[in-house]
Design a protein around this ligand. Structure first.
Ligand code: ADP
Ligand code: MG
Length: 418
């Protein structure tokens, strides 16, 4: 159980291990809550520093914390970082050899492993469950918890089984974390995890340093090249809808003397990891990717995020653009928009069930309205997350270069949303 002196030294650990002199926002309160064994629900925008809220208490606690995470890339990113800090953190997933797997289990059972990263798919495997029952588990962190909700933009059916699995392992405190804050998704997460009692920590979703811009998708390839060239040497992510477009745009940049690599789920895991590393280590400036790239990836100095194709939802858009400017400095978010892309996206939903199709359509229409309206982008985005601002931000395309697209009707729509 908990040693109270450990709590006192949290700040020292923050400095000693992470090299930070100050907690950010609610971090310290959240960590105390977790160490006290109280369930916590953390809703903070991308870049706010959610990982530390479970990494630090994991280090400060006896035994091993389980971190449930949806993507191998995300796990690897954090494990590498923790190991660089001298912390024993490992992941358990299908890429491990038998020997590596045994090492993970051994370190968990002898209590030297502080953080065990695991995908929900691996958690449901019986042999994994059995060894976790024998281990001393400090708490369970569920990162990217919006994957639980069908109303979210990244639904993962396996995530809905997590509650049952935790109950099977033992009576453990849970911390759920997400950067998605639509009230509907939030309720869904709490209900599914049976965490109605959780202490909720929610901060504003305004990312003041991000500049939002949307351009009509005409001549997009030319515009794209010009844009990237004007930002030479800066790190950027370009999102495309299909693997084919990813490859095509990546090639196009390369022949234009821009160092870029592709990233999508169709590449083998080794290539994906290598390309991700090349981006993180700045061997290349630009990664061209499908939405398979980026969740939880910690590169603080991404200077631009471009949506070459329109995203499926405003939540997705917010998450993806949120990867720019995590260090608080310059971040530019550019989207190329055409209604043709929306039509394409709708076609993807053709084979879905009626409810799923309705959900998807609803999310898509929010996106369309965001792209079309001439009013402050930030006000629209924040109102989508239930935050209302009565002033325009002065830092988006609609504020800095209003076009004749602005109509009085836009104000009415905004008023109706609020
Ligand atoms: P999130 O999961 O909320 O999107 P991360 O946990 O990836 O965000 O953290 C974003 C960045 O903030 C990381 O580079 C991290 O090291 C940094 N960070 C976290 N906490 C602090 C802190 N207390 N002081 C300074 N930087 C911090
Ligand atoms: Mg995160």
């Amino acid at each position: 159980q908990l040693d109270p002196t450990v709590q006192v030294s949290l700040k020292e650990k923050l400095k000693e291990i992470f090299g930070f002199s100050q907690f950010r926002g609610d971090q310290e309160a959240i960590i105390h809550n977790i160490l006290a064994g109280v369930n916590s629900f953390v809703i903070m925008p991308t870049g706010a520093g959610k990982s530390l809220c479970y990494q630090l208490p994991a280090i400060a606690s006896e035994g091993t914390a389980i971190v449930i995470s949806p993507l191998i890339a995300l796990m690897k990113n954090q494990v590498d970082q923790m190991n660089a800090f001298g912390i024993n953190a490992q992941f358990l997933n299908s890429t491990l050899s038998k020997a590596e797997m045994n090492k993970v289990k051994k370190d968990t059972l002898n209590g030297t492993l502080k953080l065990l990263y695991i995908a929900p798919e691996s958690l449901t495997k019986e042999e994994n469950l059995d060894f976790l029952k024998k281990a001393n588990i400090s708490f369970v962190a569920i990162d990217e918890a919006h994957c639980i909700s069908e109303w979210g933009h990244d639904f993962r059916p396996e995530y809905r089984k997590i509650r049952g699995i935790i109950d099977n392992i033992g009576n453990l405190p849970v911390i759920a974390l997400t950067a998605t804050a639509t009230p509907k998704v939030q309720q869904d997460i709490q209900k599914n995890l049976q965490m109605e009692d959780a202490h909720i920590y929610k901060t504003s979703f305004n990312r003041k340093n991000l500049y939002y811009e949307i351009r009509p998708k005409t001549d997009a390839k030319k515009q794209l090249i010009r844009y990237v060239k004007n930002n030479k040497g800066k790190s950027g992510i370009i999102y495309c809808l299909s693997r084919k477009t990813v490859e095509e745009i990546s090639e196009l940049l390369n022949v234009n003397d821009i160092k870029a690599l592709p990233y999508h789920a169709g590449l083998d895991p080794q290539t994906r990891m290598a390309n991700q590393d090349a981006f993180l280590n700045e061997d290349v400036d630009v990664v061209v990717a499908t939405i398979a790239f980026g969740m939880g990836i910690d590169k603080p100095d991404v200077r631009f995020v471009i949506h070459y194709d329109a995203p499926k939802s405003l939540e997705g858009y917010y998450q993806e653009t949120g990867r720019a400017g995590r260090d608080g400095l310059e971040g530019n978010c550019l989207m190329f928009y055409s209604y043709d892309d929306i039509v394409k996206l709708e076609k993807f939903n053709k084979d879905k069930s009626v409810t799923e199709r309705d959900n998807a359509k609803h999310l898509l229409m929010e996106m369309v309205s965001y792209a079309n309206l001439g009013v402050c982008r930030r006000r629209q985005l924040l109102s989508y997350f239930g935050e209302y601002q009565d002033k325009d931000c002065g830092f988006c395309d609609n504020c800095t270069k209003p076009t004749d697209r602005f109509k009085a009707q836009d104000e009415i729509v905004l008023a109706l949303q609020a």
